[in-house]
Design a protein around this ligand. Structure first.
Ligand code: SAM
Length: 280
């Protein structure tokens, strides 16, 4: 513990203490953020297709003069710009194997140890992956080291307000998200420099099947295949997952869900906790 703290800024130390106290209060003292994508990543690319509107926002954040991009925690290649030279890093063979043939193969590497020289890339990106890293600060410092221009992260801010209703059924999932994402300030501190934060509006027909993407399509959560492509569910036990799904199923059948949240079915976008951090 002391060894980790010795390398951190005061703000990062406070964030780590805050997160740990929260974890102890919630009874998740030894939380390990790692989800084994080699064991559980097979359904990913069928459910998690990059959404073109989110892709456009990420491309703009990478900068108009950008020609070379590093994609860290690249998974199956979602959101990689098609008008740049992209090098992708991805530790899981199962995820690397799901890259479409139109994209170059990914290197087997982690954020914490990026095998490139200082300032090798114009820009770097990491989408929905930082919360899986064993050492977020080290990974972000590595991204900063190898990048001359913007470093763009797509992350969740667990402290931001949200209209997403799933956590009313599943406070256990909210506890998991708070624990593994941690405060957004810890990420901006680790990146250093100037950081701008943009909200990412989530469209009703979002093609990237992350949990909140189904805010207007609650029936999706009744399908195993959808939940299996959302790593949060793997951090709660099967009995709890079954209880959550049963409660939602009952409310959809009885009309209770629509009575309470039905207005969201016609909302074109939702305010949620999805954010871009753009560090320059
Ligand atoms: C939710 S997926 C996101 C994939 C992709 N970026 C996307 O937006 O669809 C998270 C990815 O992070 C990868 N990952 C986990 N730990 C990592 C680490 N330490 N360094 C880099 N990538 C990691 C996983 O293997 C997985 O492919």
């Amino acid at each position: 513990m002391l060894r980790v703290f010795a390398a951190e800024s005061p703000a990062a130390i406070c964030a780590a203490i805050y997160t740990r106290i929260g974890a102890l209060r919630r009874g998740v003292a030894h939380f390990n953020p790692a989800f084994d994508y080699d064991a559980g990543g097979q359904p990913y690319s069928a459910v998690r297709k990059p959404d073109p509107r989110i892709a456009k926002q990420i491309r703009a954040a990478l900068g108009t003069n950008t020609r070379t991009v590093l994609n860290v925690g690249a998974g199956s290649g979602s959101y990689e710009p098609t008008d740049c030279h992209v090098v992708a890093l991805e530790p899981s063979a199962v995820m690397r194997g799901q890259r479409p043939r139109t994209l170059a193969p990914a290197l087997r590497a982690t954020a914490e140890n990026i095998p490139f020289d200082d300032g090798a890339f114009d820009a770097a990106m990491a989408c929905l992956t930082v919360h899986h890293w064993k050492d977020k600060s080290m990974g972000l410092r590595e991204m900063r080291r190898v990048t001359r221009g913007p470093v763009v992260l797509m992350v969740f801010d667990p402290d931001a307000p949200t209209e997403f209703w799933l956590y009313d059924y599943a406070p256990e999932l909210l506890a998991v998200e708070r624990e593994r994402h941690g405060p957004i300030g810890a990420l901006t501190d680790a990146l250093g420099g100037q950081c701008r934060i943009e909200a990412v509006p989530l469209p009703r027909d979002c093609t990237d099947g992350l949990k909140v993407a189904f805010y207007a399509r609650p029936e999706a959560f009744l399908f195993d295949g959808v939940r299996k492509a959302q790593s949060t569910w793997s951090f709660i036990d099967k009995a709890t997952e079954a209880r959550i799904v049963d409660a939602l199923s009952r409310d959809l059948t009885s009309g209770a869900w629509d009575a309470k949240y039905g207005k969201l079915r016609s909302r074109p976008y939702i305010n949620c906790q999805l954010r871009l951090i753009i560090a320059t």
